[in-house]
Design a protein around this ligand. Structure first.
Ligand code: SF4
Length: 452
């Protein structure tokens, strides 16, 4: 394999959750795209509270320090729940967004600089296909004009030959040339997506970024579009970054799969490895929600359905607020059974996020004149709400918890949190999990992987 030595253009060193790289990079010529520590943050307008507190608005960390490569001719699938940063990633690679930090190298050249100096030339080499083709097909143009437009803009070939090229492309994507004088509104969703693909192919690109290209289509049409994408990939030697939330579609098309959670890569591996031997708890849960797979983590699901906001992501491992196997405290004061630990941790997270409001709890129990009895009732309701047994098996843990519950029952949430701050702190809250190498091409960012 040919190897090219390039100087890294990234100066940022905070890459503890990235695929590791060195200062002087070796990039083989098979690599079409190299993303290094890419971050894309958005800033909201200042809200009233920001004005009142004279502070800057919090940044939305849509993509937060990701590194990976796309080889020539390969399909890299990107999967994750909505809001994990998949689409922002695609748009930043395309140069449609300026990165906040980090670099995207396309065939060894920095995309941000290329876009500035010669957007047209870069646009010929990389194209994007969107989920909803209607949004990028001008309804006033005929299909012929839509597919011909990029050829005219980029002055590709002599004018008389451009119509021939349009007809060739239309036929290649499975449409008849007698449809060329129709308008997008006269087509079905699948036909519109075929036009979107024909237009993307017009400039003979090397990379297609496919952003949920089949998710708006019926299942039978989806299969046809996937087959078409597979055929043209081979024919045109295309590389794909293929984004989808549908794991069966990802599995069908991808050579490698990258799993994203709240702007970070949590796992990346060859497709068969991700589906047969996932290492990260989040990947296991994603797979368990597909009908063909069973939950692997002792049948557990996410502990909390709410995805935290990328505006204020959890510290440490971003998945710790939902992870069903979050690591118990590593101090020697307390010892937990795993189920007890998860319940106690849930109590802590509810407390921290204000989801255990003493006023509401008081409404739940019958108000008594006797303060001690009332306090006991509140403590019982909290234990029941969080699934904590009446007595924890470790007596020290029980004592710490009881102090915290007593403070909560007195309406003092701050002290309730302080009581459990040290003894009930998971390493997953404290530490950004480093990326661990598991096997060839397989990396995962989880403290449990590190400890196994
Ligand atoms: S680091 Fe902890 S919270 Fe994060 S996935 Fe691993 S076990 Fe779960």
């Amino acid at each position: 394999m040919e190897v090219q030595v390039l100087m890294s253009e990234s100066t940022n060193s905070s890459r503890s959750t990235d695929i590791p790289s060195t200062t002087i990079e070796e990039i083989d010529l098979d690599t079409l795209v190299r993303v290094d520590n890419l971050c894309k943050y958005y800033e909201d307008d200042r809200g009233l509270i920001d004005w009142a507190l004279s502070r800057d608005p919090e940044k939305v960390r849509a993509v937060d320090g990701v590194s990976f490569e796309i080889k020539r001719g390969e399909t890299l699938g990107v999967v994750g729940e909505s809001g994990c940063g998949k689409s922002t990633l695609a748009r930043t690679i395309m140069g449609l967004h300026q990165p906040t930090e980090g670099t995207v190298l396309f065939a060894g050249k920095n995309v941000a600089e290329q876009v500035k100096s010669d957007r047209k030339r870069f646009a010929r080499r990389a194209q994007i296909v969107f989920q909803d083709p209607s949004s990028c097909l001008d309804p006033r143009l005929t299909l012929r004009e839509i597919v011909r437009e990029p050829l005219d803009i980029h002055k590709v070939g002599p004018k008389p030959h451009r119509n021939e090229r349009v007809e060739e492309l239309i036929e290649r994507v499975g449409l008849a040339t007698d449809q060329l004088d129709r308008y997008p509104s006269e087509l079905s969703g699948g036909q519109r997506q075929r036009i979107g693909i024909a237009r993307a192919l017009a400039l003979d690109p090397e990379l297609l970024l496919l952003d949920e290209p089949t998710s708006a289509l019926d299942v039978s049409v989806q299969a046809q579009i996937l087959n078409l994408l597979q055929e043209i990939q081979e024919e045109y030697n295309l590389s794909y970054l293929f984004i989808s939330h549908d794991l069966s579609v990802i599995r069908y098309l991808s050579d490698r799969v990258m799993v994203m959670y709240l702007g970070k890569i949590v796992e990346i591996a060859p497709s068969e490895v991700i589906f047969e031997e996932p290492a990260h708890p989040y990947t296991e849960i994603l797979l368990s929600s597909t009908p063909s797979k069973k939950a692997n983590i002792d049948g557990k699901q996410v502990r909390n359905a709410d995805i935290p906001s990328p505006r204020n992501p959890p510290r440490g491992c971003r998945f710790h607020t939902r992870c069903p196997v979050v690591v118990p405290p590593d101090n020697h004061n307390v010892e937990f059974e795993q189920d007890e630990w998860l319940a106690v941790f849930d109590y802590k997270l509810r407390l921290r996020s204000g989801r255990l409001d003493t006023n509401k709890l008081t409404e739940l129990v019958e108000l008594q004149d006797n303060k001690t009895e009332n306090q006991t009732n509140i403590k019982e309701v909290v234990r029941e709400t969080c699934g904590i047994p009446q007595t924890l098996s470790d007596s020290t843990a029980e004592e710490v918890l009881d102090d915290s519950l007593s403070a909560l029952a007195d309406g003092d949430t701050e002290t309730a949190l302080e009581c459990i701050a040290v003894d009930f702190e998971s390493p997953c809250e404290k530490q950004n999990p480093p990326v661990m190498h598991i096997s060839e091409g397989h990396h995962s960012a989880c403290l449990r992987t590190e400890n196994e």
